[in-house]
Ligand binder design. Structure first.
Ligand SMILES: *[C@@H]1O[C@H](CO)[C@@H](O)[C@H](O)[C@H]1NC(C)=O
Ligand SMILES: *[C@@H]1O[C@H](CO)[C@@H](O)[C@H](O)[C@H]1NC(C)=O
Ligand SMILES: *[C@@H]1O[C@H](CO)[C@@H](O)[C@H](O)[C@H]1NC(C)=O
Length: 163
């Protein structure tokens, strides 16, 4: 199991993480998607942790997208299925280290991984944003995503902080 994770990490280092968009000579990097291989629950949890570390801690969005399947099913209404739409939307936001990310809770129960986190300075929001991301794994790859996003309203009924 360790060996296979080491293999995935090595693969991530060996493979170029991005290829340049060839259409119209634009330089927007598009990530190389994950290829589904069988993985057990323990391996999926390790891959989930690597994915979370790349995306939310190291803020290496092309590297994180290397764990997402090409036919990714996306439920966020602002993005389309597949990796390109989500990558083009998320890379500028999450690669920007002025946008602060603080992970609060994470759970993995195969094939689902949950992440609850706080984002400060997201797209000019005055209040910090609470986000819950839910990912479904298919073998070694993230295959499907749902999210719930909330800021504390101005006249909140409940005095508790969101976090
Ligand atoms: C990075 O994020 C900050 C805070 O949201 C924003 O003011 C700034 O314009 C962003 N920079 C880029 C290059 O998008
Ligand atoms: C897993 O990925 C394979 C290969 O892309 C696909 O055929 C299959 O439908 C996927 N299964 C699930 C449950 O998403
Ligand atoms: C919040 O409450 C104040 C005081 O009652 C009120 O003036 C204001 O319009 C409210 N703001 C919103 C966004 O509801």
């Amino acid at each position: 199991m360790r060996a296979s994770i080491t293999f995935f990490r090595a693969l991530t280092l060996i493979l170029p993480l991005v290829r340049r968009g060839s259409a119209s000579g634009q330089s927007t990097p598009t990530p190389i998607p994950c290829v589904v291989h069988p993985a057990n629950a323990v391996e999926q949890k390790e891959i989930f942790n690597v994915f979370v570390d790349e995306f939310y801690v190291k803020r290496n969005i092309p590297g994180a997208f290397h764990h997402i399947a090409a036919d990714y099913i996306q439920h966020n209404p602002f993005e389309l299925d597949g990796i390109t739409s989500s990558f083009n939307f998320l890379d500028p936001i999450f690669s920007n280290t002025s946008v602060k990310v603080q992970i609060l809770h994470r759970v993995f129960e195969a094939p689902y991984g949950w992440l609850h986190y706080r984002v400060d300075d997201l797209l000019g929001e005055l209040e910090p944003t609470a986000i819950l991301d839910l990912f479904r794994f298919n073998g070694t790859c993230v295959q499907e995503h749902w999210d719930v996003i909330q800021e504390r309203p101005v006249n909140a009924t409940n005095p508790h902080a969101l976090f």
